[in-house]
Design a binder for this molecule. Structure first.
Ligand SMILES: C[S@@+](CC[C@H](N)C(=O)[O-])C[C@H]1O[C@@H](n2cnc3c(N)ncnc32)[C@H](O)[C@@H]1O
Length: 420
């Protein structure tokens, strides 16, 4: 492999192009791209650069575009984003940022644009932090459709966009009976928070399967299902398995269903590392043959994932409004199926990591209208450490700026129902 080609900036460029041009999720491209880079520090630097570009894309474009007479090819714009991010947000010295970006332009077949890249980046470097003056940074960084939908839902999009300006800590769910690794802050339930930059695989106990990575908000749906020892539980959309692990730990006899083969493999690997056992079924969870069988079901449904934009800023750019209606349809099919699989008096937890009302609040309203189902509202007593998340309808809605003094949390929605 050509080492020179595989440097930090080349990896960042390849990743940004795949996300922005091909709408591929960052997770999907990173595994492959980062495996090309042997040096851990270079990997971390590439990751930092990619994340910064995706978080600040709107602001960077607002700075770059007035400096262009006509639009260059999309890939040259990606190169400019990388160069400008280094100058404005990552404190890379002017000389290094400009020279390496000009080299990147040449190496990727855009020799005719090296002059332009050089000139634009010099202007940005000359302006320094002043280039941010007068810019509505929050508004620039959110796509208009998300800003509007979040505003309509009453979520304060400006405060949400502010979550893009800080680095995100690491949250672990820790097995019961195990001491959490040192250096973490206890949050709630089985969740601990570690400082930004903590490497999970270097923490003592990782190999032994004593904990797993899971945002504190993501740990709430399985925890609030209050599974009792020996209960028969289905986790209908299970991979990569953070919530399955919680359900098993709580003592459930868990059937974990996952449609995607590759993700099922990851689910199995994760449960093996954690030394936890569940019956794993690879199938469309809407097509199973169960009837009146489970005491409790977790439906952590496939969704737009807009609630996880702090950790995965790619969602801001790859998700499109027209995708939502297809997801709403799948979520409803899964809900209907879940209600068939549930025993009378059984509990259904519906959750999504989405900030889109159509996938969350409106879906909860829809389930409540189905025959034979009733909402079991959450009360503040059940979640006293986060009372602001309990809505007047009795749902739980976490928002990324909740606990912002500690580093925030993912945006999750959950609603609990009982089969009559
Ligand atoms: C939000 S993720 C689940 C995350 C998981 N509950 C956890 O906590 O680790 C949704 C998962 O549902 C899977 N999925 C999507 N449609 C499905 C279906 N019809 N049946 C079963 N699984 C499905 C996706 O492949 C994805 O792994």
């Amino acid at each position: 492999m050509n080492k020179e080609k595989d440097d930090t900036r080349q990896i960042a460029f390849d990743a940004i192009c795949q996300v922005l041009e091909r709408n591929r999720s960052l997770d999907a491209v990173l595994d492959l791209l980062l495996s090309r880079q042997a040096d851990g520090r270079d990997k971390a630097a590439a990751y930092r650069l990619i994340i910064c570009c995706l978080r600040q894309k709107g602001v960077l474009e607002a700075i770059i575009e007035p400096l262009l007479r006509r639009a260059p090819p999309q890939r040259v714009l990606c190169i400019l984003l990388l160069g400008a991010a280094q100058l404005i947000f990552l404190d890379v010295p002017r000389h290094a940022a400009i020279n390496t970006t000009v080299n990147l332009t040449r190496k990727n077949g855009f020799s005719g644009f090296t002059g332009l890249v050089n000139a634009v980046l010099r202007k940005i470097a000359d302006q320094g932090p002043e280039c941010l003056e007068g810019l509505d940074q929050e508004r620039s960084n959110l796509p208009t459709w998300l800003w509007q939908e979040w505003e309509k839902a009453g979520f304060n999009p400006r405060k949400l966009a502010q979550c893009l300006s800080y680095e995100v800590p690491l949250d672990l769910s820790v097995k019961s009976g195990v001491t959490a690794p040192e250096g973490g802050e206890f949050l709630c339930a089985e969740s601990y928070r570690y400082p930004v930059g903590t490497k999970v695989n270097l923490l003592p106990g990782f190999e032994e399967g004593q904990f797993w990575v899971q945002d504190v908000a993501a740990s709430l749906p399985a925890w609030l299902l209050r599974v009792q020892n020996g209960e028969k539980v289905a986790d209908l959309c299970a991979a990569p398995g953070g919530k399955t692990a919680q359900l098993v730990m709580a003592g459930g006899q868990v059937v974990a269903v996952e449609k995607d083969q590759k993700r099922t493999k990851r689910l199995k690997e994760n449960l093996t590392r954690l030394q936890l056992q569940a019956q794993i079924v690879t199938s469309d969870a809407a097509q199973l043959q169960y009837k009146n069988e489970f005491d409790a079901i977790l439906l952590d449904a496939p969704c737009s994932a807009t609630g996880i934009f702090r950790r995965h800023p790619d969602v801001l750019h790859i998700k499109k409004p027209k995708e939502i209606s297809g997801l709403v349809k799948v979520q409803r099919e899964l809900m209907q199926a879940a209600l068939t699989y549930l025993k009378p008096c059984g509990r259904l937890m519906y959750s999504v990591c989405s900030l889109q009302a159509a996938e969350a609040e409106e879906q909860a309203r829809y389930i409540a209208t189905l025959p034979g189902v009733e909402l079991k509202p959450f009360t503040v007593d059940e979640i006293p450490f986060l009372p602001e998340a309990v809505t007047k309808e009795g749902w739980i809605r976490t928002l990324p700026f909740m606990w912002s003094d500690k580093g925030g949390m993912d945006g999750f929605f959950m609603a609990r129902f009982i089969k009559k």
